[in-house]
Write a protein that binds this ligand. Structure first.
Ligand code: MRU
Length: 339
């Protein structure tokens, strides 16, 4: 199934619970806004494009659950829901984008049922478009990969970070589909191990060759000539920087040092022309993510912790940004790409 979807029978959101992978594959249902927000905060659903769909389906769910019997009341309920959903995770711009696009669609509605139909249809469109966008992006990016390439990636920018196919891993999937032999090096991605748990799992499901390394090995493998290209996803792209999972910046510096192309694969919906590196809020995660590994204590229980979820890679370190509209080499103006 897709990473996240709408169940027409139960009028609820269904998703693969990514916190359980790779040990258990379980599909969960969110029937309330509170359960959706918990799922987003605890990373049961995660990855920028998947969060875009989660935000959109969240508005559809809020409409379904609202008891308002006039358009003003329902619109008010949806605006409150929008604020609640957006507050769950601040950095991935797609979450707010999915919420806003769905809310904006209600301007075409004439009555309460019309609003409910429109927001659900828009959320489903966002989910469908995500898959098409990633396939297009994948085809553009696949041209940058050569037969036999070893590609290093960080975190999970695969089908599980999207509705389907993936961005960084979508490029790899498209290259493999085009008949190229591609080997992947997946960085573990501490502290929540999206690379070790999810990227490896989903590539192995597709029989794509993958080797797991710890994050601290990236300089070593690059210096030994084991990496031909790096491809990562993005949570937000401003004019001057790419925000992605913590550790991405380090890989970009190392790639520059070793003259290895460093690509970012992301849909245009991840572009944020209204902000710059300095004005973006980086999500700070719970200290226990570093003090414990699941239930096992791995640091003093009261040690002070700094745990940002994302970092910013300056555009100078990026060889190209791969989008559904093509491949863009910095420096470029975001507005020119968005139009
Ligand atoms: O905290 P996460 O797991 O949501 O972080 C995800 C990432 O950083 C991904 O690389 C990014 O969202 C791109 S997903 C196509």
């Amino acid at each position: 199934m897709r990473t996240i979807d709408w169940n027409d029978e139960s009028n609820s959101i269904v998703m693969i619970d990514q916190t359980l992978l790779p040990v258990e594959y379980r599909v969960i249902e969110c029937k309330t806004l509170a359960s959706l927000c918990e799922a987003i905060r605890s990373l049961r659903v995660r990855g920028a494009p998947a969060l875009g769909a989660a935000g959109a389906f969240g508005i559809a769910l809020a409409a379904e659950l609202s008891s308002a019997d006039d358009m003003d009341g329902l619109t008010r309920d949806l605006k409150v829901a929008a604020k609640t959903i957006k507050a769950t995770r601040p950095t991935a711009v797609n979450l707010a984008w999915g919420v806003d696009r769905t809310i904006n669609a209600i301007s075409d509605a004439y009555d309460v049922d019309g609003i409910k139909d429109i927001v659900l249809a828009e959320a489903k469109n966002i989910a469908d478009e995500d898959v098409e966008t990633n396939k297009k992006l994948g085809k553009h990016g696949a041209k940058l990969l050569e037969d036999g390439d070893t590609v290093m990636t960080h975190c999970n920018a695969g089908r599980l970070a999207c509705v389907d196919w993936g961005t960084a891993l979508g490029v790899i999937r498209s290259a493999v589909e085009a008949g190229k032999d591609i080997n992947v090096i997946a960085c573990e991605t501490r502290p929540l191990n999206q690379g070790g748990r999810i990227t490896t799992w989903e590539l192995m499901q597709d029989n794509i060759d993958v080797r797991l390394i710890s994050d601290s090995m990236s300089g070593h493998v690059m210096s030994k000539g084991m990496v031909d290209k790096v491809i990562v996803g993005a949570d937000r792209i401003t004019g001057d920087a790419v925000f992605n999972k913590i550790g991405t910046y380090t890989h970009s510096v190392l790639a520059k040092e070793h003259e290895i192309p460093f690509y970012v694969a992301a849909p245009i919906s991840t572009f944020d022309p209204d902000n710059w590196e300095d004005t973006v809020t980086i999500e700070q995660r719970d200290a226990d993510e570093l003090r414990f590994f699941k239930d096992v204590q791995i640091a003093p229980a009261d040690v002070k912790v700094y745990n940002p979820a994302f970092d910013a890679t300056p555009m100078e370190n990026v060889t190209a940004v791969i989008t559904e509209k093509g491949v863009f080499h910095p420096p470029f103006l975001l507005d020119e790409v968005i139009v």
